[in-house]
Design a protein around this ligand. Structure first.
Ligand code: SAM
Length: 248
């Protein structure tokens, strides 16, 4: 059987596509892409033209069976997403699971990942961290998710888009408190790369008052709760509020 190569692509700077990623993309029978137009452009930039297969949330299950058949038939394939590492808040999980279940070799060609790039420059504890991906779009679900993370001791990593960064920071300040340290990494590896840090209230203020700070793609990192007395008081308050709610 062939091999399924899971290939990371740049998150902004095309110089971050590794030589091995290029070689892999050049040698596979086809490239499974989240958005074939986007990937066609990326390949064209490097002078490559490969057969492309569309793979997205809506057809992943159906596609997985077909891809596994091709792999079992001896073809090697590459899996990419629009930016960064496939499967990390991106499609691919079902295909990888199906390939592994069929005994096919699945091999990574590692590279850019926004969460890890952001963590590497944040200056927040990085020995243990939690990747939360995107928060729910609905305000009530988002607040509920944040409420459950209030006493999490590990560094929290979220993905956020430009049109919701304001609301997300507001809800985080409400959940974690104005003083909780936060690091906001925007447009990493791109022209307007910016990393802001400070207490949630301060960073939230900067974003609210400067429209430029609301443009682009964001990774939001929140320092963990720490297991000091303060965190215990916060947790006590949270449990008390829950209890009161329950008794109503
Ligand atoms: N698979 C990708 C990865 O490995 O990072 C993530 C894909 S997810 C659909 C897109 C989100 O990743 C954006 O909304 C943003 O939160 C984050 N992101 C991607 N590129 C970024 C960049 N250059 N700077 C900051 N955040 C970025």
């Amino acid at each position: 059987p062939g091999t399924l190569h899971v290939v990371a692509t740049p998150i902004g700077n095309l110089g971050d596509l590794s030589p091995r990623a290029l070689e892999t993309l050049r040698n596979v029978a086809a490239v499974c892409a989240e958005d074939t137009r986007h990937t066609r452009q990326l390949l064209a930039h490097f002078g490559l033209e490969r057969p492309l297969l569309a793979l997205h949330q809506h057809n992943e299950d159906a596609q997985a069976a077909q891809l596994v058949a091709r792999l079992l038939g001896g073809e090697s394939l590459a899996l990419v997403s629009d930016a960064g590492t496939p499967l990390v808040s991106d499609p691919g999980f079902r295909v990888v699971r199906a390939a592994r279940a069929a005994g096919i070799r699945v091999s990574p060609v590692p590279g850019a990942c926004a969460a890890i790039a952001a963590l590497s420059v944040a200056g927040l504890p990085s020995d243990r961290f939690v990747f939360e991906g995107f928060l729910p779009a609905k305000a009530s679900a988002r607040r509920e998710r944040l409420a459950r993370l209030v006493s999490e001791p590990r560094t929290l990593i979220f993905y956020e888009s430009a049109h919701r960064i304001d609301e997300a920071l507001d809800d985080m300040a409400a959940a974690f408190g104005d003083d909780r340290p936060v690091v906001l990494a925007r447009e990493l590896t791109k022209l307007f790369e910016t990393v802001l840090d400070g207490p949630l209230s301060e960073v939230r203020g900067k974003v609210a008052t400067d429209a430029n700070q609301r443009k682009g793609e964001f990774v939001v990192m929140v320092e963990g709760a720490g297991d000091d007395a303060d965190a215990q008081v916060t947790e006590g308050r949270r449990l008390y509020a829950k209890l009161v709610e329950h008794l109503k």
